[in-house]
Design a protein around this ligand. Structure first.
Ligand code: FES
Length: 197
């Protein structure tokens, strides 16, 4: 039979909990000191200079080329060959109306070329042979065979273009040179004498 110890030895008290010490954060590696910059060598300096000079010369050359070839809009020539004078009958020819916007008018003594542009707002009038007048379809201006205004809002006569009789017998019309003043428009270069033998 076993005996119980009336004075049991006291149980050892548990050890006090040790404070939890957080793990130390890893220490960031110290940045390596930058390598000291090398000074630009004399050779590098010269190359840089040559590079800048080459860039400058290229820019200058480009500007020069642009000056030599400016942005120009080339318009079609205002001069045209209206063909042999001998092929025209007396009166108004509409042969060049669509292509050149010009009427060739032959009189007993020569030719004039009338610009088919209404002096009101620029519409193209029509030739009415039975009424012997040009009539603008836009606002009703009427012009005589000479180009003078006889009705409507047009403020001035129709313009005549320079016309010449070439040695070949062809009529050369230049729409860049215009006249509409009575007295001037009946003379050269706005009238080409023509008297075939
Ligand atoms: S544009 Fe010809 S009358 Fe107005």
């Amino acid at each position: 039979m076993s005996e119980t110890n009336p004075n049991p030895a006291p149980e050892p008290s548990p050890e006090p909990a040790k404070p939890v010490v957080p793990a130390a954060a890893p220490v960031a590696a110290a940045p390596k000191p930058l390598a000291p910059k090398k000074d630009m060598s004399r050779g590098d300096f010269l190359w840089a200079g040559w590079g800048m000079l080459a860039a400058f010369l290229a820019a200058t050359a480009a500007a020069g080329a642009r000056f030599m070839f400016p942005n120009v809009i080339y318009e079609p020539s205002q001069k045209f060959n209206a063909g042999a004078a001998a092929t025209y009958d007396l009166g108004v020819s509409t042969k060049w109306l669509n292509e050149q916007r010009v009427w060739i008018v032959r009189t007993p003594s020569g030719f004039y070329a009338m610009w088919a542009r209404c002096t009101h707002l620029g519409c193209t009038p029509n030739w009415w042979g039975d009424q012997n007048r040009f009539k603008c379809p836009c606002h009703g201006s009427n012009y005589t065979l000479d180009g003078d205004v006889i009705a409507g809002p047009a403020p001035m006569p129709l313009w005549r273009a320079k016309v010449m009789l070439a040695a070949t017998g062809d009529l050369i019309v230049d729409k860049a040179v215009l006249e509409n003043k009575p007295g001037k428009r009946e003379q050269a270069p706005y009238f080409a004498d023509y008297a075939p033998s």
